[in-house]
Design a protein around this ligand. Sequence first.
Ligand code: SF4
Length: 299
Amino acid sequence: MDDATRRELTAWLEFYQELGIEGFYRREPVAEGRPPTLEAAQPAPPKAASPPKQVPSPAPIRGATLPASLKPAAPPLASPVAIRPPTPSFSLFEAAPAPRSGPERLEQIRQDLGDCRRCKLAPTRKTIVFGEGNPHAELVFIGEGPGADEDEQGLPFVGRAGKLLNRMMETVGLKRADVYICNVIKCRPPGNRTPEKDEVDACSPFLFRQIETIEPRLICCLGAPAVRTVLGIKEGITKIRGQFYTFGAAKALATVHPAYVLRNPREEKILREDFEKIRDFLTHKEYDNPANWDKGVIR
Ligand code: SF4
């Protein structure tokens, strides 16, 4: 930078400081075709706010030609709010990195859900059943929706079906505290009926955010509504159960809902078989490599 430019810059920086603006950053040049990086977009940390001051216009610098990006907007400004650093083509705040995983982010999703009234299940529910478990779980179970016990307690899978789920986990050496459990919809449908499309459409974005945040290795869809919502597969659950599907960087296994086994106790062997597949998947890290997905280890 030559002396003349340095003097011009110094004068304008002093002007901005008089306005109470002291956080400046230099925008890194961005290679053509590449999105700006977060590092380049990060503003300097703001200082404690000072009351706005009425300030004079900066003393003109004879012969100075200020770079366009540093010129304040005309007419002359009286409030610091009206002056901004050169505006990048994206929002600094939208670009701010959010934690990729962990309880804070799940908490954020829960906060966004709030006292949800997005579908017609809101008036009849007692409690929103958001989900429960390890926010870094390798395995996420997704059921259909809360039943009466879940609605009372605000926790997923705590009734008879939940007890069967716990027992199945124990048979393959899994602990409930190690996994994450949630449902396609978060409020109990009247009479435990199957969730309707508009309810699933309203609620499932929160489910997908939960999955995205947890980043599990394996998703286990319990029953047809979960398979339909997560995998978009409409075939009957008894036809497709026991099979692995790809879901982003994770795998998904479809199996029957424990409530189905409670109604058809002879089908418990189905659930047992599928839980053994879950155990095999989780204990073989090589299954994470997509190159192995077509080699018969996952069918
Ligand atoms: S089911 Fe989901 S979308 Fe509907 S009210 Fe409950 S939380 Fe909201």
